[in-house]
Design a protein around this ligand. Structure first.
Ligand SMILES: [Zn+2]
Length: 274
């Protein structure tokens, strides 16, 4: 098996993690992060988000609903819960400059707007940013690396796993944060559940999901890039809505959350001063 060197730690040792439609994921022996064995070329990634991204998402019934109007209320309720779990007060965000990285169609900006908080978003998808702007949201097509300015809060909702260079993204985010500024990161989390599902784990999504972190590897990367985790929560159990009866899903999701083994992690981290 051949694979590229890890772009998180630079390590060259890895073991097979999963194979999805002929695409291999490996787990780095150095940092524990799972990654696509062969990193997709920049043009392959750009092509993925360039056009028809929403339609591609529609092919995955468990995911596309995140962009539908029907899902909006469920999305808002989920964010309310996550804010509560992480101990974030909406009122504390007023007057702060907020940047949402990978804002897609602007759902998080719209969510904050409900609480009177204005935020800016950036995304690489013209199609998604177009949708957001139609709704009057402050979004731009821009790479994080090209950003300037000072922010009180930067959010990465389900985006760090899409990046070829998460370490550089976090380093850049730190430079954009004002002293004491905070970061929100939500991403799939490998562990008990991904181990149980194996190749069928929902979040092995080649080209889209390039890096998949364990809690330990994510916390280590945050520490190395100048962040201290303030609070975190893990939820979800790889059973998308509609795949199993609602009641079973609720029970399994509740157990996963209680045990702290959910396969999604959301966390709040503070910029550490040198
Ligand atoms: Zn590594």
């Amino acid at each position: 098996m051949s694979f590229d060197r890890c772009r998180i730690c630079g390590g060259g040792e890895a073991v097979p993690a999963a194979t999805i439609s002929g695409c291999q994921y490996v787990r780095c022996a150095g940092c524990g992060v799972e990654r696509m064995a062969r990193y997709p070329a920049p043009r392959e990634i750009a092509g993925f988000y360039e056009s028809g991204y929403m339609a591609k998402r529609d092919d995955n019934p468990s995911i596309h609903i995140h962009f539908s109007k029907e899902y909006r209320e469920a999305y808002f309720a989920e964010k309310d819960l996550t804010f509560c779990d992480l101990g974030i007060e909406h009122s504390g965000l007023k007057g702060k400059r907020v940047l949402d990285v990978g804002c897609a169609n602007g759902q998080f900006l719209e969510y904050l707007k409900r609480y009177g908080v204005e935020a800016e978003g950036i995304d690489v998808s013209k199609e998604m940013v177009g949708e957001a702007r139609k709704n009057g949201l402050d979004c731009r097509v821009m790479e994080l690396s090209d950003m300037q300015g000072r922010y009180g809060l930067i959010s990465f909702w389900d985006v760090i796993e899409h990046m070829t260079a998460p370490r550089e993204a976090l380093v850049k985010a730190r430079t954009l944060l004002e002293p004491g500024g905070e970061l929100i990161v939500q991403t799939p989390c490998t562990g008990t559940i991904s181990g149980l599902f194996g190749d069928k784990w929902l979040y092995y999504m080649p080209v889209e999901h390039i890096h998949l972190f364990s809690q330990e590897s994510l916390f280590r990367l945050l520490a190395e890039t100048g962040f201290a985790v303030v609070s975190w929560v893990r939820f979800g159990s790889c059973n998308p809505k509609g795949s199993i009866p609602d009641l079973n899903k609720k029970v399994i999701d509740t157990i996963a959350k209680r045990l702290g083994i959910g396969d999604t992690i959301a966390l709040r981290a503070r910029r550490v001063e040198n």
